[in-house]
Design a protein around this ligand. Sequence first.
Ligand code: GRF
Length: 322
Amino acid sequence: MADLPKAKVAVLVSGTGTNMAALLYASRLPGAPYEVVLVASNDQTAGALKLASAEGVPTFALSHKGMDRADHDAAMDTAIRDAGADYVALAGYMRILGDGIVGKWAGRMINIHPSLLPLYPGLKTHARAIEAGDSQAGTSVHLVIPELDSGEVLGQVAVAIQPDDTPETLAERVKLAEHQLYPRILGEYVSRGYDADHLHSQVAELALALPETEERTSHGAPAFKIAGKSGKFFAHFSDRHHGVQHIALLAKTSGQDELLQLIERDPDTFFKPAYYGASGWVGIILNRADCDWDQVAHWLERSWACVAPKRLTRLRKAAAEF
Ligand code: GRF
């Protein structure tokens, strides 16, 4: 299979940047799914900036001192966008980001935190774990949401606490774990748009949210139908079938005319699937950088409405108009 396009990641730092270094060097291994396009900091003296420059990575620094939080966030955001980043990875960025920038990057901003979240959000995590007599500390990579250290956890590693550990010795060992965890989780996260299991679960979630639907296998592949014995199929999930590279959703169109129009208008999204195409089903390509999930949801709903009993479509229409 051809190499996937690399996701572009901006890393935000305030300190030494050992996690930034781990992310950067992992990105330089063959087949890495992302590249670091910017290292940005709120502290011009951050060691991470020096390292990034030496490695030929563009840097940006702007002290937050004397600046409004929103203005500082906006300047960081502009630098990140100018660098062409698709994702932001926080790696010891010691500024709390405001809701504005966090909202803009929802689902595309991740952070590493030195505890087994939900334990010990905030600062002094190691001292708190030792103080509590915990047998293990650890680290978590999570999505960033407005509430501090509370977004969905994407991955964790536990680190045993030794009897003679101080917060400093423990912090050092936790960092070894962080350097393994962060590149792996970031890599998986930016690749999920090309991962069949992830795409299948996204489609399933949308399809099964429609009234009275169920998932069944059809010709050996996952498919979605109206529930019950006589319920018809309204969507098929196709994972690189018949020699095509696409992972796709197959949905019903009104017929060949519409199918051909769709493909002509947007050949990066639509294609005529083998066998099903002859009956007016369209393939909607899911494994691409900018898959539009609203569009996928729209096609699922349309396809569902084509085969759902009147009783269900009437109810849904009434609910939508309500
Ligand atoms: C790491 O322990 C990370 O979990 C926390 O800040 C620290 C940054 O360390 N958010 P470094 O600058 O990457 O060495």
